[in-house]
Design a binder for this molecule. Sequence first.
Ligand SMILES: Nc1nc2c(ncn2[C@@H]2O[C@H](COP(=O)(O)OP(=O)(O)O)[C@@H](O)[C@H]2O)c(=O)[nH]1
Ligand SMILES: [Mg+2]
Length: 205
Amino acid sequence: MSNGQQVIKYMLIGSNMVGKTAFLSRFSDNNFNDKYEESKGVDFKSKLYDSGKYKLCIFDTPGDVNLRFASYGFYKFAFGFILIFDLTRPQTLQNLRADFSQIASQSSQYAQLILVGNKSDLSDLNDYRETQADAQRMADELHISYFEISCLTGQNFDLVIEDLTQRVLIQIGQGNLGKRPGNQTDNIQKDENIKHEGGCCCKIF
Ligand SMILES: Nc1nc2c(ncn2[C@@H]2O[C@H](COP(=O)(O)OP(=O)(O)O)[C@@H](O)[C@H]2O)c(=O)[nH]1
Ligand SMILES: [Mg+2]
């Protein structure tokens, strides 16, 4: 990491079909692809932030709970978690409660979480309003922020990345996550004592 670029790792967590793959393509290419392919492993996309000072990497995870365990080992390296559900399927919101427990037990205590309801373009469908109210309640209960987005239209997408990243940068600034500003020595996470190499975030796994 000769240029001192800080790699910021996020994990994208949510049930099958909530829009995780769509989230990654909105993030990396700012587009939407209608074809569906189930993710089995852990895929990721990256993008530069703040004129290249930071590299944001978002890791997709399997939606199938039986495959999800494969990503648990990555949790302790994440600076943030994007908990995503489908606003038209209330069960996908409820499923996130179990994920929240896993994150709480396996991640850095300084990692930042955000709750994201996807498919806001489908607000006319049944269950939408009720799910929306439940999501706000869950976010308040867990003390995390909540955004409604559409990966299809791009609505509110940038707000999610911005909100999460700004909160992560505060933790980095306080030396709680990643590398301290202006310090070229290895990263230290106070509670995990994790070392990682920069450049390509694959290396850390
Ligand atoms: N209407 C609508 N459909 C979406 C949106 N995001 C994803 N989808 C569709 O939902 C389905 C599942 O999306 P995908 O990203 O593959 O979900 P994943 O299983 O969580 O990776 C696909 O048919 C997508 O086209 C959205 O914001 N609005
Ligand atoms: Mg997928």
